[in-house]
Write a protein that binds this ligand. Structure first.
Ligand SMILES: [Fe+2]
Length: 467
């Protein structure tokens, strides 16, 4: 027996309670709220053969980007496969996409989830999983166009349209179409304010355009819609902390870190990525972060990560390097070197991006800034291949700039500072970096004027908050 879900897609169950459990759990998943696994497990306890329930669990496992989720992914995929023709073609396509992920072929997995969305444009779960997969693969264009491909089939009358617009907003932002991204994000939130991904897309626009005070106000004014009981909140808080860094408000950034970004021990890799990324930015600036690195390094060492997703590995290594854990640094470098010789998706990411970047982080931490420069210069323009957003990958460029400064590579330092400042002239931090580069090159007067300009920029952003 089959029936239809809330968007008219055929599902292989006629059990209204199971389907209702799926709808509720899927909606939580689309918004990153609550505990969708608990909700779907209740439905599966009553009906263990509920294929769509297993599809949801598989998608959640894929979207976590964690090795620790693989056992759940395997169980879910096998449960659907055992059903054979009792599952619909669409449900079995979910199993195939999940199996590709299980086999380490992330590229094929994302393609298969995307193909489900081509065949069934209203399959929001497949669309979201492909979108998140595009993010992990650094496929900026597909972050945008995969959503555009299905947009004609959606309208405000179809449940979940806001989530689709929120994803489109992020894709537009990652392809630098900022004005349209902001518009799509705000339209998404008009339809459904409880969409942390759409809030996040607009936060990215404000970050990339250097609209610092607007970014702070945006996240603070919308927090009532995303901060509570949300598995994505830490990341929006992280974006807020980035804005405070721009204004040299380090105490505020650390307060956010302690309260909302890494408030307690966790083994959730995505949370630890943000913890490492924020502390690394502060450490590059010479800010004393106290015992926080040790806590993050302890947490990373408790995870099952290592050789699964290179983006996570580099962030784990940052914690080990900054905490002075040389043995752990050597262990991660060894894992990345081994994975760099393997042909799967993570092997490619490790070879092209993560290994040289990790070597640079290790070298810089050990005082060899010149070696760090040599590691990063050849790879920095292909850093997108290991995923993440432009805002996250800025850590590559920040690390290189600091390494160039410490290595006395004044020409390179000035060039990198200039790149940043030309791209985002509203950033007081970029002007400070330019001033420091001029000083290093012996242009004392130019440095003084530029530093004054940085102060003017900072005060202007602070004033716009008060206005
Ligand atoms: Fe982000």
């Amino acid at each position: 027996m089959s029936t239809k879900d809330s968007r008219g897609l055929t599902v292989s169950t006629s059990d209204a309670a199971a389907l209702d459990g799926y709808e509720r759990a899927a909606t939580l998943t689309h918004g990153y709220f609550g505990n969708p696994l608990a909700v779907i497990d209740e439905a599966l306890a009553v009906q263990p053969d509920f294929a769509l329930g297993h599809c949801l669990k598989a998608a959640i496992a894929v979207m976590s980007s964690e090795r620790a989720a693989l056992p759940m992914l395997r169980d879910s995929v096998e449960a659907i496969e055992r059903l054979g023709r009792k599952a619909t073609d669409r449900e079995r396509a979910h199993a195939a996409a999940g199996r590709a992920w299980l086999e380490g072929d992330f590229v094929r997995s994302v393609r298969l989830y995307g193909e489900i969305a081509l065949e069934h444009p209203l399959d929001l779960l497949a669309l979201q999983t492909a979108h998140v997969g595009d993010f992990y693969l650094g496929e900026s264009t597909m972050l945008r166009d995969r959503i555009a491909q299905v947009l004609p089939c959606w309208s405000p009358e179809v449940p979940g349209f806001g989530f689709v617009l929120g994803m489109y907003a992020f894709g537009l932002e990652e392809t630098a179409l900022y004005s349209r991204a902001e518009d799509a994000g705000r339209r998404a939130l008009d339809l459904n304010p409880r969409d942390p991904w759409a809030v996040h897309a607009v936060a990215h626009v404000l970050e990339m355009q250097g609209r610092i005070r607007e970014g702070i106000d945006w996240l603070n004014s919308t927090r009532g819609d995303w901060a509570e009981d949300c598995g994505f909140a830490y990341h929006n808080w992280w974006h807020l902390a980035l804005h405070h860094l721009e204004l040299d408000e380090y105490d505020r950034a650390l307060e956010l870190y302690d309260r909302a970004i890494h408030p307690r021990s966790t083994q959730v890799a995505l949370e630890l990525v943000d913890a490492s990324a924020l502390l690394w930015r502060l450490t590059l600036r010479g800010v004393d972060v106290g015992g926080r690195w040790k806590q993050v390094a302890d947490d990373w060492s408790q995870t099952a990560e290592g050789g699964f997703y290179a983006f996570n590995d580099v962030h784990g290594l940052m914690a080990y390097a900054a905490a002075g854990r040389d043995a752990d640094v050597a262990r991660v470098l060894e894992i990345l070197a081994r994975r760099a010789g393997e042909p799967d998706t993570n092997g490619t990411m490790s070879r092209d991006v993560a290994l040289p970047l990790a070597r640079a982080v290790a070298a810089l931490s050990q005082g060899d800034a010149a070696a760090a420069v040599e590691c990063i210069v050849p790879m920095r323009t292909r850093a997108h291949r290991f995923g993440g957003s432009h805002a996250q990958r800025d850590i590559v460029h920040l690390t290189l700039l600091e390494a160039a400064h410490r290595a006395g590579r004044v020409g390179l330092e000035r060039a990198l500072a200039s790149e940043r400042t030309e791209l985002k002239p509203t950033s007081p931090f970029n002007w400070k970096l330019t001033a420091r580069a001029l000083e290093a090159a012996g242009d004392v007067q130019g440095a003084r004027k530029t530093r004054e300009h940085a102060d003017v920029r900072r005060r202007a952003q602070q004033r716009s908050a008060a206005a």
